[in-house]
Design a protein. Structure first.
Length: 664
């Protein structure tokens, strides 16, 4: 990671690199929480996933929604103590969750406590570990002074018997799991100290009369910005924002033009960053809803401007201050999903939303403004109805001079939650320092050592092979459980020697029986192969730890350097893709198409679909379209290419067969 000059950010980074302690990263609006998240995603050595409570927050964070990632329903869930999760996952999803090391939850202030308890139960189940969250480190990012969980009264009537508040910190897992609270304190967004001081008061729900007086000096009755003055109104209700935008657009002269979004694959409606049918006119006030990733960095999410002209599918936006027009074309948002690829957790593109990255910006709801920054804004919080609304609205502004109040602010408009105030006061004592960091590094070392001798995940894999390995339960599982209860790090080398020997014996027995298992069923042979792979990897770690005292860095380096196991010839034959040469050609073709269309390869065709095409060798568009993953649309779009590849392959095979026949 690049050198971090902010010491608090550096402490947070150290915690996430060298411990597995749960970290609650908080801070005032504009203190760099989002920047920290993006840097961590790029630099962390841990296998991580990013999730958020809403679709928009997930897209902004570059991750998935919590409910999608963990396949949860939106209904409230009563905590079930130390039971097992009843959520069913595919083999691939189980492997992904089992390999997870760091889970980042953005906008944690909006997460209900029962959701966090469900995540804890799921990860403990899939990891086969009694540690909170199965030993997965959590980074919880958010500001409790901002928007709170959206929870219906009917749902809260079910949950209130189990939770003191509807906030994440009331979850049962966080009542017993140790965690640290790290608060970023350097404000990057606002430069006026007087404004920063007022925001601090609003955040802590203690606004003084003098601060109210300064704020209300920004009340300008009947204020109407000029067309050239890019002010945006922040309001409490969606219907008010829609009405303001529609009235302004209708009042403009000229022809309305509609830009229709292109949506491919899986992209949930609640995550759409702008309208599917975006209506614009010359003179319309608009807001960019995406950052410019080009070298020029001409715009950012939240930048306000005015449509100056429209030419075909290009919208030109003038942002004032003597800047040149910005030519805006459709950009693409990705709906990220995670999958395990070997030893790494990779992001894949499950769907995309392509649209002009603009939305009408005479008004926006406070809820949708969270995470944005504005140079000029009209604030309307006279009808605020929820904790955090006033703070979010006011803190979107860079300065007092860039803010106008639609109505005067009264003290009762600053709605706070006493539960949040109590938690902030109590959790201030768990702000960590270098001494606590060293303590938590040692706890992480002991956790890793415990996990080395944790054979709980082996029990599920043994289900079909207990008769072949009758001694494994007594010699490994029971002995390991006793060793963990009386864990002594100085005895770990001797223990590693013992377990290496017992694992080696089990692997030899399985190897000798594998040909017979193949005769029984392909499925059982595959399970045996997975079991052997697991045992051999644990043998490798035991051998490493038998040769030297246990350290976190050396052990993690060994875990990361797991060699790729060569497939045994009989299993490779069982799992070979029919017409493998054609299959490879199809994958090369999809890479070329994906590059040209600027999408992920899986958006063209999946590997499973390519394998089906290679096996079935469809000769017509109709038979091609019948293959799962193709359908009529893709058959029409890519059919000529795909059938051409199939025919070329068949001709090559025919020539090869003729040439071989002539040799005899």
């Amino acid at each position: 990671m690049e050198e971090i000059v902010n010491p608090v950010m550096q402490l947070a980074n150290d915690y996430l690199e060298s411990t597995n302690t749960i970290v609650f990263l908080t801070g005032k609006a504009g203190t760099g929480k989002t920047t920290f998240l993006q840097n961590l995603r790029q630099t962390s050595k841990k296998k991580l996933a990013v999730v958020a409570p809403t679709g928009v927050a997930a897209i902004n964070a570059g991750g998935m929604t919590i409910h999608s990632f963990f396949q949860l329903s939106f209904a409230p869930v009563i905590p079930s103590g130390n039971g097992r999760s009843e959520v069913f996952y595919s083999t691939e999803k189980k492997a992904l969750l089992s390999s997870l090391e760091l889970l980042i939850i953005d906008e944690i202030s909006m997460v209900r406590p029962d959701v966090l308890d469900q995540i804890d139960l799921i990860l403990r189940t899939e990891k086969g570990s009694a540690y909170p969250f199965g030993g997965v480190q959590l980074l919880l990012i958010g500001d409790l002074s901002q928007l709170s969980p959206i929870i219906r009264e009917d749902d809260w009537s079910i949950l209130r018997s189990y939770y003191a508040t509807p906030y994440f910190f009331s979850s049962q897992v966080l009542q017993k799991a140790p965690y640290v609270r790290i608060e970023l304190d350097h404000v990057y967004r606002q430069k006026e100290q007087a404004f920063v001081n007022i925001l601090n008061e609003v955040r802590h729900q203690i606004i003084s009369a003098s601060s109210l007086e300064i704020l209300n000096a920004r009340y300008i009755p009947n204020f109407q910005p000029d067309a050239e003055d890019p002010y945006i109104t922040l309001t409490t209700h969606n219907n008010i924002a829609q009405q303001i935008n529609s009235e302004w657009l209708d009042a403009l002269p000229g022809q309305e033009q509609v830009f229709t979004a292109s949506i491919r694959g899986d992209f949930p409606k609640d995550a759409y960053p702008t309208e599917t049918d975006l209506k614009l006119k010359i003179g319309a006030q608009v807001m960019f809803v995406k950052n410019d990733n080009s070298a020029e960095k001409l715009f950012y999410n939240g930048k306000i401007g005015t449509v100056s002209r429209i030419e075909g599918q290009i919208v030109f936006v003038q942002c004032g201050d003597g800047q040149r027009e910005i030519a805006v074309e459709a950009l693409e948002w990705s709906n990220v999903k995670y999958q395990l690829d070997g030893e790494a957790i990779n992001e894949t593109n499950a769907g995309s939303f392509a649209q002009i990255p603009l939305k009408l910006a005479w008004a926006i709801t406070i809820h949708k403004s969270q995470g944005l920054t504005f140079d000029r804004a009209i604030i309307d919080i006279a009808e605020s109805f929820a904790h955090g609304q006033a703070y979010v609205a006011l803190s979107r502004c860079r300065s007092l001079t860039g803010m106008v109040l639609r109505n005067p602010i009264a003290a009762h408009n600053i709605i706070g939650d006493p539960a949040v105030a109590r938690f902030n006061e109590q959790s201030a004592v768990i702000q960590p320092d270098k001494q606590s960091l060293e303590r938590d590094r040692e706890l992480y070392r002991l956790f890793l050592l415990t996990e080395l001798f944790n054979f709980t995940p082996l029990q599920a894999k043994l289900k079909d092979f207990k008769s072949l390995l009758p001694d494994l339960e007594n010699d490994i599982l029971l002995v390991a459980a006793k060793f963990i209860k009386q864990l002594k790090p100085e005895r770990s080398q001797h223990a590693a020697v013992y377990f290496h020997e017992k694992l080696s014996t089990s692997v030899e027995k399985l190897h000798s029986q594998l040909p017979a298992l193949i005769g029984e069923s392909k499925d059982k042979a595959g399970k045996a192969d997975q079991l052997i792979s697991w045992l051999m990897n644990r043998m490798r770690l035991m051998e490493h730890c038998s040769l030297q005292p246990f350290t976190s860095d050396a052990y993690l380096a060994e875990v990361k350097n797991r060699p790729k196991v060569q497939e045994r010839s009989y299993l490779k034959a069982l799992n070979a893709v029919p017409n493998e040469k054609l299959y490879v050609s199809l994958l090369l073709w999809r890479e070329k198409i994906a590059t040209a269309e600027k999408v992920m390869p899986a958006m063209v065709i999946s590997e499973k679909t390519a394998a089906a095409i290679a096996e079935k060798l469809p000769a017509t568009l109709k038979t091609l379209g019948a293959i799962k993953g193709i359908g009529p649309h893709k058959a029409a779009q890519y059919g000529a290419d795909l059938i051409g590849l199939i025919r070329s392959y068949q001709q090559e095979m025919n020539r090869s067969g003729t040439e071989q026949a002539s040799l005899f």
